[in-house]
Design a protein around this ligand. Structure first.
Ligand SMILES: *[C@@H]1O[C@H](CO)[C@@H](O)[C@H](O)[C@H]1NC(C)=O
Ligand SMILES: *[C@@H]1O[C@H](CO)[C@@H](O)[C@H](O)[C@H]1NC(C)=O
Ligand SMILES: *[C@@H]1O[C@H](CO)[C@@H](O)[C@H](O)[C@H]1NC(C)=O
Ligand SMILES: *[C@@H]1O[C@H](CO)[C@@H](O)[C@H](O)[C@H]1NC(C)=O
Ligand SMILES: *[C@@H]1O[C@H](CO)[C@@H](O)[C@H](O)[C@H]1NC(C)=O
Ligand SMILES: *[C@@H]1O[C@H](CO)[C@@H](O)[C@H](O)[C@H]1NC(C)=O
Length: 411
């Protein structure tokens, strides 16, 4: 995904800068003693067997000064370049993704000028040290894909400059601390794929937040109250319940995935008025009604509508044909009744590329266009109560047995 590419690019950038800095800093002043000691402790807490010869940590040779380095030693750190004789400070710790095994030592809390801390894709285990809260200049913490355990240290909520916090893919647990709303600079927060649980606090205080990813945890209760600038929201694979109303008014949303929860009620104008949403996934919930608002003119940006595995009732919504950017619709595994609207027919020869209606109770004859052989469109209509001659390509999948179609007018 573009996120990991971005991270890779960043680490490449940092390592390049590090090498350049090493070459031009022959007469630089020595590293602050606390910083050197902290780096020694950081390396000491890593199992030497996991420090391969090609790794950044292997290049940390403490017979040399970390910030005064030349050539390819002390890869993965950046330092300040003081103009006077004061000592250099470490400003970035950006490790390679080599699979380092070990702990993150509390001594990290002495690198008080640190702005970037990246430990992504390694095998760090144990708790996140409380001393992270000392690193008041931190702008970016990325610790994704490790084996960290325990809770979010309270100290992290004191980092007023923090813009990017990625703790995804670890074994962290506990709640989101209420004080997280003090992170006024935060624009990106991912806690995805951990063991977090509990109700989520009101997050409106993180008013600059653009991306929130809480997916694959055990959060429960109503959907959180969210900051207005949010563009990407991932809440899938939790136990959220209640209605969609808390999402009302998030006018900047572009990506919304709330699939695999226990949400109920209707998918109505609260959602469909969010016309910037390009991708909407409400699959595998307990919604009983979908009512897209009718658009005219420019219409909404919606391209993908995923709503399979709910309890949607009634007729297929007609208004969807007014969504000019819509290409993919998945209504499979619901309880839709009645015929496939005639208006859906021309859409198969127009912009729609995917229409999945399998496992409903649709009945009657197919609109004319459904009988054409259109290989550009994926259509699924199996397991309904349709009149579907096997000479029509999309009728290959069987329909429901008559006993399940009692009351459906399929003749
Ligand atoms: C560390 O640097 C010293 C001085 O340049 C050098 O003699 C020594 O071989 C280096 N050690 C390693 C493990 O590279
Ligand atoms: C910096 O070092 C030089 C030479 O070592 C010395 O003359 C000068 O006074 C020092 N300046 C400061 C601000 O310590
Ligand atoms: C941080 O630095 C101080 C001063 O050098 C030192 O006393 C302390 O032990 C260090 N903290 C850790 C956790 O290493
Ligand atoms: C929607 O969510 C479901 C369940 O999380 C997932 O299986 C499906 O791939 C998602 N659809 C799209 C188009 O991302
Ligand atoms: C939506 O469709 C319009 C034209 O119908 C197009 O100009 C616009 O770029 C599309 N938006 C997106 C996000 O694809
Ligand atoms: C539809 O197209 C497929 C593949 O091109 C072909 O095998 C099939 O005979 C066609 N069916 C009809 C009804 O035209």
């Amino acid at each position: 995904m573009s996120k990991t590419m971005h991270t890779k690019l960043l680490s490449l950038l940092y390592s390049t800068i590090t090498i350049i800095l090493c070459l031009i800093s022959q007469s630089q002043s020595k590293t602050h003693e606390d910083d050197t000691n902290a780096l020694i402790e950081i390396k000491r807490a890593i199992d030497p067997n996991s420090v391969s010869q090609s790794s950044f940590l292997y290049s940390w040779n403490f017979t040399l000064d970390p910030c005064e380095c030349t050539g390819s030693v002390f890869l993965g750190i950046l330092c300040t370049l003081p103009l006077d004789n004061t000592s250099s400070r470490v400003t970035a710790l950006d490790l390679d993704t080599i699979g380092y095994e070990g702990f993150l030592t509390p001594a990290i809390g002495n690198l008080t000028e640190l702005t970037v801390l990246n430990l992504n894709n390694n095998k760090f285990r144990g708790p996140l040290p409380e001393s992270l809260g000392n690193l008041r200049k931190l702008i970016r913490i990325t610790m994704s894909s490790n084996f960290f355990t325990g809770t979010i240290p309270q100290g992290i909520t004191q980092l007023k400059n923090l813009e990017h916090l990625d703790l995804s893919r670890n074994r962290l647990s506990g709640k989101i601390p209420e004080e997280i709303t003090g992170l006024r600079s935060l624009t990106y927060l991912s806690l995805s794929r951990n063991g977090f649980a509990g109700r989520t606090p009101d997050l409106t205080g993180i008013w600059q937040l653009g991306t929130l990813d809480l997916s694959f945890n055990q959060f429960y209760g109503n959907l959180p109250i969210l900051p207005i600038r949010l563009r990407r929201l991932y809440l899938s694979h939790n136990i959220f319940s209640g209605r969609l109303t808390p999402l009302k008014g998030l006018m900047h949303l572009k990506w919304l995935d709330i699939s695999d929860n226990r949400l109920s009620g209707g998918i109505t104008k609260d959602i469909f008025y969010l016309h910037g949403v390009v991708h909407l996934n409400v699959s595998y919930n307990r919604f009983t009604m979908i009512d897209p608002v009718k658009y005219s003119g420019d219409g909404p940006m919606l391209q993908v509508l995923e709503a399979q595995g709910n309890q949607l009732k009634g007729h297929l919504p007609l208004n969807l044909v007014t969504y000019r950017n819509l290409t993919s619709i998945n209504f499979a595994n619901n309880q839709f009744h009645g015929p496939i609207p005639e208006e859906y027919g021309p859409m198969l020869q127009g912009q729609w590329r995917r229409l999945l209606l399998d496992l409903n109770f649709l009945s009657g004859k197919l609109p004319l266009e459904f009988r054409h052989n259109n290989t550009k469109v994926t259509v699924g209509i199996s397991n309904n109560c349709l009149v579907c001659p096997t000479s029509v390509a999309i009728c290959r999948g069987a329909q429901r047995p008559v006993t399940e179609c009692m009351g459906e007018q399929n003749l």
